[in-house]
Design a protein around this ligand. Structure first.
Ligand code: SF4
Ligand code: SF4
Length: 302
């Protein structure tokens, strides 16, 4: 009988890099995807593919929010962030805000377009009766109207500024959020420019937050996706504490369960459970977006 030819054994077996796991050190922050994946905009760089017809993840209801809040209290959560999509599309947004502010401070992420004087008046009423403070983060993508609207859509610049002005008139301060379209080294220059811009627009106590672009969702379609070598390995954390990552102390609750973080809500493998308690365990950083978090030192928090 003829023997099958031997398969040559490579001199060195390929090194399979172990995926590092981020520990859960205690749930400090709870994100709530109140707006689901529905948004009144369809920005060309949205990393969650949100748009006016994307109801893949529906709004969170008041009842679902209350349930999560009770759960979060048992786990000693200190603060809350709400996001979407666009949170002000949720028909129960005001009741939801009242409920959250019974438990802790709440940061509201919004594109600012729906912050009409009438809605802001209601927000003032809620704030005046609340035990905790609400904070706002309004997003723009450029300080130039044309450049911003090329990414976010016609009139978005003007309407977001109007929303910010309505907040300012009511005494709320605003964080301006921008996705970086410049090199990290230029952050200081952009911070100066953005703060001056907000002062010009009479924002009290203005602050800015820059976010990296995650090469997923719309951005992956309009720019590029991640290359194969863009992954975190254990080596990445030799000189960088893994607990600096926000996923070591926060989780993202949606109407369809609890995810590791706000960035990966469209990734089935990032769903960690149906209750917060179930998600109090380490998470393997196998997604390429984790690479962006690591190299940019990114946190979604203010
Ligand atoms: S980036 Fe924000 S405002 Fe733009 S589509 Fe996505 S969720 Fe909506
Ligand atoms: S994308 Fe960022 S926040 Fe989310 S699991 Fe990866 S490292 Fe953590």
């Amino acid at each position: 009988m003829e023997l099958a030819p031997k398969v040559p054994i490579p001199e060195q077996a390929p090194v399979i890099e172990k995926v590092p796991e981020v520990p859960m050190t205690g749930l400090e922050t709870l994100w709530l995807q109140i707006g689901g994946t529905l948004c009144n905009l369809a920005c060309t760089h949205c990393f969650i593919s949100c748009h006016p017809k994307n109801d893949t993840i529906p709004f969170m209801t008041l009842e679902q929010t209350r349930w999560r809040l009770e759960e979060s209290k048992r786990l000693n959560v200190k603060d809350y962030y709400i996001t979407g999509g666009e949170v002000f599309l949720n028909p129960e947004i005001f009741e939801i805000l009242e409920a959250i502010l019974e438990y802790g401070p709440c940061t509201i992420l919004t594109n600012g377009l729906l912050l009409t004087p009438k809605r802001v008046e209601r927000l003032v009423e809620i704030q005046n009766k609340a035990a905790h403070e609400m904070h706002f983060r309004v997003s723009l993508d450029s300080l130039d109207e044309k450049e911003n609207d090329a990414i976010r859509g016609e009139n978005c610049f003007r309407l977001a500024l109007q929303g910010m002005a309505n907040l300012s008139k009511a005494g709320f301060s605003t964080h301006l959020t921008m996705v970086r379209s410049w090199d990290d080294e230029e952050d200081a220059i952009w911070e100066k420019k953005a703060l001056a811009f907000m002062k010009e627009h009479h924002v009290p106590e203005p602050q800015v937050k820059f976010l990296p672009g995650f090469l997923m969702g719309e951005l992956a379609r309009t720019e590029r996706g991640y290359h194969e070598n863009e992954r975190v390995t254990e080596k990445c954390f030799e000189n960088y504490p893994i607990t600096n990552l926000q996923c070591s102390s926060s989780r993202m609750a949606t109407s369809q369960g609890v995810y590791v973080c706000p960035i990966l809500v469209e990734e089935p493998s990032a769903k960690m459970g149906d209750t917060l308690e179930e998600t109090m365990r380490p998470f393997p950083l196998g997604h390429p977006a984790c690479y962006t978090c690591r190299i940019s030192g990114m946190t979604c928090k203010s």
